[in-house]
Ligand binder design. Sequence first.
Ligand code: FEA
Length: 160
Amino acid sequence: MLGSPRCHGLTEWGGVMAVMIAWSDEFSVDIQEIDEQHKCLVSLINKLYEALARKDNQDTIADVFDELVRYTRVHFSVEECLMRLFAYEGYEQHKTIHDKIVVRVELLHAQFKAGDQSVGMELLYFLKDWLMDHIQRVDKSFAGHLTAHGVKQKWLRKFW
Ligand code: FEA
């Protein structure tokens, strides 16, 4: 079960502060569906950053944290399905990277829920570095495989 596959990023959220990550075209993998999902991840990371910076109450931060963990799982599952559908040879390797990220994020999430609020910022920096590196290196390579197998740049299913 993937949980609620919805992105509730900054578009549904008021208040503008400095952002942790600004989306830029250099993150694009040239497939709209995946780009939109990555934008949601960026949005959720920024939302968590804002909640932490504002020192929102524990429940509010925990909700954003939950949403980020859930959406990360959804996103990884979508990518992994596409890799299998298009017989991507790097599937196992890419999935192993996803699995490691999920383990780390869930560990930090559990620590946070247990009352260790300092993990919030640790998680943010981890996610920021991971996201930028992973998208630009690992996801671009898999998206290139999809494109080479006929997936169009405009492909957008919005099934998440
Ligand atoms: Fe292979 Fe996509 O995963 N976005 N991230 N990170």
